[in-house]
Write a protein of this length. Sequence first.
Length: 346
Amino acid sequence: MENCVIDLVNINKTFEEDVILSDFNLSVKKNEFLTLLGPSGCGKTTTLRIIGGFETPDSGKVIFEGKDITELEPYERNINTVFQKYALFPHLNVSQNIAFGLKIKKMGASEIASKVKEVLKIVNLKNFENRSINSLSGGQQQRVAIARALVNEPKVILLDEPLGALDLKLRQGMQIELKKIQKSVETTFIYVTHDQEEALSMSDTIVVMNNGKIQQIGTPIDIYNEPKNAFVADFIGESNIINGIMREDYSVEFLGHLFKCVDKGFDKDEEVEIVIRPEDVDLVNGDGMLSGVVKSEIFRGVHYEMEVDVNGFNMLVQSTINRPVNSVVGINIDPDLIHVMKAGGK
């Protein structure tokens, strides 16, 4: 495909009798930050390893800039990998770790020194050349691992949950840094994570996976606001998934009320599933479109999280205004905040 650096074509992979990837097709654009997102065992790391050459598919092809590289060894591909365990050499200093691949290529000493200096600036480790690896923090070690990948100037960098070993605050800071690095070097990043926040905050494109298949591909905004099925809706953030009936275009019934919506193209009176994000539920004093009883409330710092019983359905609601337990509340939902999906996630 034009403007694509990686194309995975009809990839299948099994381990013993377990199907890991099934008829898997994916195109990765040049210079984009693409994230493979899904639960443990969904096939995302296997996909990364197939791209990197560490696994061979049972069938299918890996195409790199129009060339079939399925059978090439990892070192024969213009692709570098950053693992969760950074695999740095403790007996070498920062500069020597970064320069390792360049020395194997028999690059000259002055050119190596220049490239190392340049890449250390990119990862915000200027003047760290002579530091020992063991003297660095986890976040600094991760930057060294990224610098070691960048210095080889690959077309694609694969990142296998590289923030998993960091604490929450450092992980959040590195999310911002990684995105800045990717934009500054104009290199394709393919990132693997099971963390929805990481995927939403860093990615140009998210590929949601489950059971070896792609559930949805889209921008973070599309994935969050327009999930294709119940799995995506439930996995990306928190959702209320409610059974309903699409009475006609722009009109859907659920929880005993007929709502206006922005969806169309369903059969008349077709059974559907409704997705409503907790933050999109508007609690009001007095009458609303629906009425409910607050069953529980927890303070989450930036908002209160409540369960509201609405005609027997426990609706999750997030609001900056606290409503006491057992109080009766009105509920309004704007039409453009109601997302209608095919029933059963089809």
